[in-house]
Design a protein around this ligand. Structure first.
Ligand code: 6PG
Length: 251
């Protein structure tokens, strides 16, 4: 993988604007290249501003939503109406505001009606179907995966020291969060092999409290061992969009 691109924006609004520009550019390029745009959305609070920006002009008109398929990088096992639902956040800020068919939105479902393993296997089947994965071991190649980072260096729901980080033979796994992580609910997450098979990875990070994790990952690389540092797309591009606060620890 080439060196990651690191772009520092002055404030969160500029970060959302730059992210929307790159989202739209990737979408246009993907549709031109192969007739559709596949994206995995990030969870947490940082992407909300991006999602709202994408639902407004000019970006809402630049993206061909009829050829866009929306997946998720991870999900908390809560109701879609729960404030902690990554799908719920994206639905409110973006998915219900653009001409996107619900048939092209693929939430991760993990609730009391099924085990985490069953839920993970179900989402793996969704990926296999929509990416035409013929044989075991094949991995989806997303046109774009949006990611965030936690203060502990986690990304998606791959938390430091937890088993999900090391899974290489599955596309989606259940993830039990370490003590102290909020919300303290089980998760589903794409695995590192899927993240690292993406055509483009875009990290969105804002705020001073992320600065040390960002420094460790960008300056320390995978040797630092943090899950976010192990996102190193084999054939894709990796870009960090940071606001000035999150970039405060970089040399
Ligand atoms: C999640 C996210 C997670 C998130 C980081 C940053 O479901 O929690 O996928 O990886 O991106 O925790 O979250 P904030 O943007 O809320 O700081």
């Amino acid at each position: 993988m080439d060196e990651p691109e690191v772009v520092v924006l002055s404030d969160p609004a500029s970060l959302a604007e730059e992210a929307a520009l790159r989202f739209a550019e990737t979408a246009v390029g993907a549709v031109a290249a192969h007739g559709r745009f596949t994206v995995a959305l990030a969870g947490g609070s940082t992407p909300k501003a991006l999602y709202r920006r994408l639902a407004a002009r000019p970006f809402r008109d630049q993206v061909d939503w009829s050829r866009t398929l929306v997946f998720f990088g991870d999900e908390r096992c809560v109701s879609p109406d729960d404030r902690d639902s990554n799908y719920g956040v994206a639905r409110e800020a973006l998915l219900d505001r653009v001409p996107l068919s619900t048939e092209n939105v693929f939430p991760m479902w993990c609730g009391p009606d099924r085990s985490l393993d069953e839920a993970a296997a179900e989402y793996s089947r969704v990926l296999a179907e929509h990416f035409g994965l013929a044989e075991d071991g094949a991995r989806p190649e997303f046109d774009l995966i949006l990611l965030g980072i936690g203060e502990d260096g986690h990304t998606a729901s791959l938390f430091p020291g937890m088993p999900a980080v090391e899974v290489q033979d599955r596309l989606v796994v259940g993830s039990i969060v370490p003590a102290g992580v909020s919300p303290a609910v089980p998760r589903l997450t794409l695995t590192l092999p899927v993240l690292n098979n993406a055509s483009r990875i875009l990290f969105l990070v804002e705020g001073k409290r992320k600065a040390e994790a960002v420094r460790q990952v960008i300056e320390g690389g995978a040797a630092g061992g943090l899950p976010a540092a192990r996102v190193q797309p084999q054939n894709g591009t990796l870009t960090w969009l940071l606001d000035a606060s999150a970039a405060g620890g970089l040399a």
